[in-house]
Design a protein. Sequence first.
Length: 291
Amino acid sequence: MLASRARSLLEPSLIAYNGYNAGLGNRVRVVLGAKALAEAEERQFLFVWPTGRLFGPDFSDLWRFEGTTIPRAVSRAMARWYPYVDETLTWLDDDKRTERVWQIRTGSPLAQLPGVRPWQDELRALELVPEVQRAVTSFYDEHLRGHPYVGVMIRAHANQHARTREASPVEWFVRRMTEIARDQPGTRFYVSCDVPEVQERVVATVPGCVGQRDKGAFNSVEGVRAALCDVYLLACAGYLIAPYYSSFVHLSEHLSGDVLVAETSLAGRTGGVDVVSAGTARDPLRPYERS
């Protein structure tokens, strides 16, 4: 394996670097954006995807994905000769194209260049591993199929960004959901929360709620797989209520084909919501295909 990686670096290459503490949303958009750029520039594609206590699963534990990883330490050592560049791609010119290795280090989406496939298209083309496929399909069929619903993503874990915690307290979600349920009796909600006790409290407080249970430890392989199941089920909703300043919900927006707009506490609305006009997903594994 190491010999294969070394041979790859003898050819023009692009390496996408993810930090150890980066979450799923940041990792996915960096890897897929860099992969599309590498293909457009006819370069070998490699990526850094650290796993351990802070983040358990490999990319291949989540989706079927063929790609070559390299250790974080190797990328950092190479940075002495091949310094990291950023997501703006303003550094990409004819001189840069003569360099053998490019290393992109960022947590943001790469700038979109003409002729490069958008990373959102790459995301929609990914195929979930069978274990996650079964979880998504079984929950959708049992609880959600045939019922337009509001998707609610709550980020309450202490690990979340301070701006998210401050702008999107749990109480705001409960108030907003209660308002919708009052104005539109019978509204269904799919609730995704990264703290089980908070999710149970919300589901018990607001009528018409369902959500996954027993999702595993935070950022473990089991936990991230359950979170990915949430991403697809949220993408099948007709409307989203989401935390401010979280990249995670954008995965659901893009999987929906960008027909959904996420309401946040800082982009709030009042009164009822339209959960019908976006259509309903025929296949929860392909939320962008709607009736």
